[in-house]
Design a protein around this ligand. Sequence first.
Ligand code: ADP
Ligand code: MG
Length: 260
Amino acid sequence: MALINVSELDVRFGAGEDIVHAVRGVSFSVEQGETFGLVGESGSGKSTVLRAVSGLNPDWAGTIEIDGTRLGAARDRPFYKRVQMVFQDPYGSLHPRHTVDRILSEPCQIHGMSGIEDRVKEVLVAVGLGPTFRFRFPHQLSGGQRQRVAIARSLILEPEILLLDEPTSALDVSVQAEILNLLQRLKRDRGLTFVLVSHDLSVIAHMCDRLAVMNAGRIVEELTVAQLRASEPREAYTRQLLRASLGYDRAAAAKMESFD
Ligand code: ADP
Ligand code: MG
């Protein structure tokens, strides 16, 4: 049985003439230990899918199951011990007036966990930040360090699933690779399952086992990364996205000629 099962997910915003039908009949499954990618251009509905799964948006229709248990609109506390989300903007997602220590301790306090100080220290080391970062504020950190703190916060309750929404899109290219590699290592060490959203197919290809391509609220194609690498996207839309993703990378662009 799949760990995550999303079936016929539908999300609409607004009402009447202003209605936005952001997600239309989206279905996918993710196996335990897999990294599943959701790729598509801006506005295609990727974040809306993740927000529905994570419980941030309670207004959706369809079925979302974790480990065979069907989720309702509201999420209970145990859900957040299993499923955590990481956002694109590490500055916006960290409280500006809280120290790293407080940012990491608070979820533990809410969940009544013990040994909080040791947990905070352990998770800071795990994300490549030493204990000296504990009493810093977000504005005293670089973008990459802030995203490491956001990842540490997502891990502190020891979840099984991370929902990653463009986790490196706000970062410099050199820092992007560091964060992606960190995520790979954490996934391996902790046996995590990832759903990774990105508009960038090269990020998805680097990280994922399988991916779904979204366009205008629908999944237009699902394929393995092996199929992607073997230049086998079925849909013209996926091929176009591939070209756009690789447009600024000359070496990769050269390899792309077979798509023209
Ligand atoms: P993506 O993450 O792929 O860029 P989103 O899921 O953020 O796309 O958005 C999908 C569509 O839903 C867009 O048209 C967006 O404007 C719309 N949308 C997202 N959130 C809201 C909201 N809270 N209210 C109204 N429209 C929204
Ligand atoms: Mg988004």
